[in-house]
Design a protein around this ligand. Sequence first.
Ligand code: URA
Length: 254
Amino acid sequence: MNTDLKKLITEALSDQSSLFGDELLTPLKVDIPVEKVAESAPVFNFFNKEKTKLPESEFNENWTSASSLEQLDKMINSCKKCALGEARNKFVFGVGNPKADILVIGEGPGADEDAKGEPFVGRAGKLLDDILDAIDFSRKKDVYIANIVKCRPPNNRNPLPAEVKECFPYLMKQIEIIQPKMILCLGLVAANNLLENKMSLTKMRGQFFDWNNIKVMVTYHPAALLRNPNWKRGCWEDVKLFRKYYDENVAGKV
Ligand code: URA
């Protein structure tokens, strides 16, 4: 099959999965325990590299004691706990205002982000900036942006459960330091992992979830919007609601 066609089919299937989650395939769903996935994860073959253990001096095992984002970044950015770390060009820690009331969570770095070391700098990133701009938020001043995994999954595939399991604690620590009042999850990977559910995007959109005293909203991933511009209206409705809640409950409050 030619690669363009394969890419189109893969993206279309990924969009279907983003919207409907497991609902389209419910009878086929088999729950594989995380440990089993870790053992059999094809990613280790994909990279065809031996997993090397870093000398302790490079990765600071005491990272849970970090008291600032800068410190945390320094302590973890040599992480090679999964195969994504072995293959990355740059560790993509996060960007924005470390004291922001709003945290935006994506899935994982793509090729542009892997090259630059900053989340959402490619086409999807430009669209994310436009979405934020439309509700009067700026990437540098008003929000902090981070991903579920900090290193690029090959071919932009979804991160595997075993990879998320290693990386997710870093995001939790970022949240502990930033203490955002609101979170915007972009796409199903961000939402399902943060909220620890298996709900579809369709079911999660248009409402707020309470997560550890933080209001969480879920909307489309900008990359999905680039492929399906007719979903932009729905995203606009979501972020307008997000901004309204911010204005009424967060802005100007200590
Ligand atoms: N997509 C994501 O989910 N995160 C990025 O940083 C870039 C693209």
